[in-house]
Design a protein around this ligand. Structure first.
Ligand SMILES: NC(=O)c1ccc[n+]([C@@H]2O[C@H](COP(=O)([O-])OP(=O)(O)OC[C@H]3O[C@@H](n4cnc5c(N)ncnc54)[C@H](OP(=O)(O)O)[C@@H]3O)[C@@H](O)[C@H]2O)c1
Ligand SMILES: [Zn+2]
Length: 363
């Protein structure tokens, strides 16, 4: 009998706290990452934070080059431009200072060039801050334009999460992070289902970490709803745990189930019909309520959690027309047909989707 070889890649340093940014020179030196830094940030708020980092690193003898990610959404072109810059500058390490867009571009470009990547999240909106995975839309865009082999990212070598910086991000982004986290309950149930039905490989360790991440925010709801640094610490800790669960599994399986497929499905519909989709984590949270109902687990508990921390629980609060919620539900199973979830192989009919969404009061 032979067993599959498993490869797991983890961050070497996780630094979280009110003054975490100041530890960046120490982390880079301790990990022997060289002296040429490519700093990647957004164009507005995160640029100011990146400017502070620029000064800090320059004062400590590093040669720093700055790159700005302006477009929204990001595409393969942003990644290509950064990769070009990395090559030209001969940078030894990439530092992503920003929200999800910056993180995605920095993570993927560094993977292409096999350079270490340090994640410096400025918001806590999803678990991409710690995972070896980039967002669904960017993956799709890169696969279509360059080939699927270019979608492979790697886990950050270090995560430096400054909670006083993250506390300045919007409450919405924190609520989105919580929606992403509570949805791990569904992802793990879907994974167990696939193990039972198809004998899919299942890691108890990865699943336990993902569930623990969901539990941290569930039990911390009273702290999170108040906001501030304590809330941010709770959510960031859980997001890092969820990111690491994906490193253990070697895929997003423990962190992404039918609720993520529903969110991806909404994102695709928004591209097709030109409406604005909501934040990833918020869509996942609403998806989790509906998928919990399908799994016959306590969907009201998930909804109550979302209400408590101020996240949307229905189409109106998401700002999405109910017809797209139903449409997304009927198409979600086609997004990753190889990933069995509670939506099954055939998915939901329109009537089943309408019933599910109305029984859970989403529409
Ligand atoms: N990798 C994954 O697994 C994963 C999962 C889900 C979503 N995503 C991707 O992540 C993106 C969404 O992430 P996001 O919600 O963080 O949005 P974002 O578009 O990266 O950031 C939203 C806005 O918040 C600002 N901001 C960030 N930190 C701030 C702070 N501390 N104070 C004030 N403003 C701050 C940003 O400033 P700037 O203008 O300076 O950037 C930007 O204007 C999407 O592109 C999505 O596809 C990735
Ligand atoms: Zn997610």
């Amino acid at each position: 009998m032979s067993f599959k070889t498993e490869i797991m890649e983890f961050p070497r340093f996780v630094i979280m706290g009110a003054d975490a940014l100041k530890k960046l020179p120490y982390v880079i030196q301790k990990l022997h990452l060289g002296s040429k830094i490519q700093l990647v940030s957004g164009a507005t708020f995160t640029k100011k934070i990146a400017e502070e980092v620029y000064l800090l690193l320059s004062d400590n003898g590093f040669k720093v080059s700055a790159f700005t990610v302006e477009s929204n959404p990001v595409t393969y072109m942003n990644v290509k431009n950064l990769a070009k810059r990395l090559k030209a500058d001969g940078s030894s390490v990439v530092l992503g200072v920003g929200g999800g867009r910056v993180m995605d571009v920095a993570k993927l470009a560094s993977a292409w060039l096999n350079k270490p990547f340090i994640s410096v999240p400025t918001s806590a909106s999803h678990d991409g801050i710690a995972s070896p995975i980039v967002s669904f839309l960017l993956r799709m865009n890169v696969a279509e334009n360059m080939g699927v082999e270019y979608t492979e990212a790697r886990a950050p070598v270090a995560i430096v999460a400054d909670t006083s910086v993250i506390s300045n991000a919007s409450r919405r982004s924190l609520a989105a992070g919580c929606g992403d986290l509570i949805s791990k309950i569904i992802a793990v149930n879907d994974w167990l289902l696939a193990q039972k039905v198809k004998g899919e490989d299942y890691s108890e360790y990865a699943a336990a970490m993902a569930l623990m991440a969901a539990n941290i925010v569930k039990t911390g709801a009273n702290v999170i709803r108040v906001g501030g640094e304590k809330a941010v610490r709770t959510v960031v800790k859980a997001l890092i745990g969820s990111g690491v669960s994906m490193s253990i599994a070697g895929s997003s399986r423990p962190a992404s189930g039918a609720e993520h497929l529903f969110s991806h499905s909404l994102d695709l519909l928004s591209l097709k019909h030109g409406f604005e989709h909501a934040e990833h984590g918020m869509q996942c949270g609403v998806g989790a309520v509906m998928m919990a109902h399908l799994h016959k687990i306590n969907w009201i508990e998930i909804r109550d959690f979302l209400v408590k921390i101020g996240a949307p629980v229905n189409a109106k609060q998401l700002g999405i027309d109910p017809k797209y919620i139903v449409d997304a539900l009927t198409k979600a199973h086609k997004i990753r047909p190889e990933r069995l979830t509670i939506l099954g192989v055939k998915g939901l009919t329109k009537a089943e989707a309408e019933k599910l969404a109305s029984e859970t009061e989403v529409i």
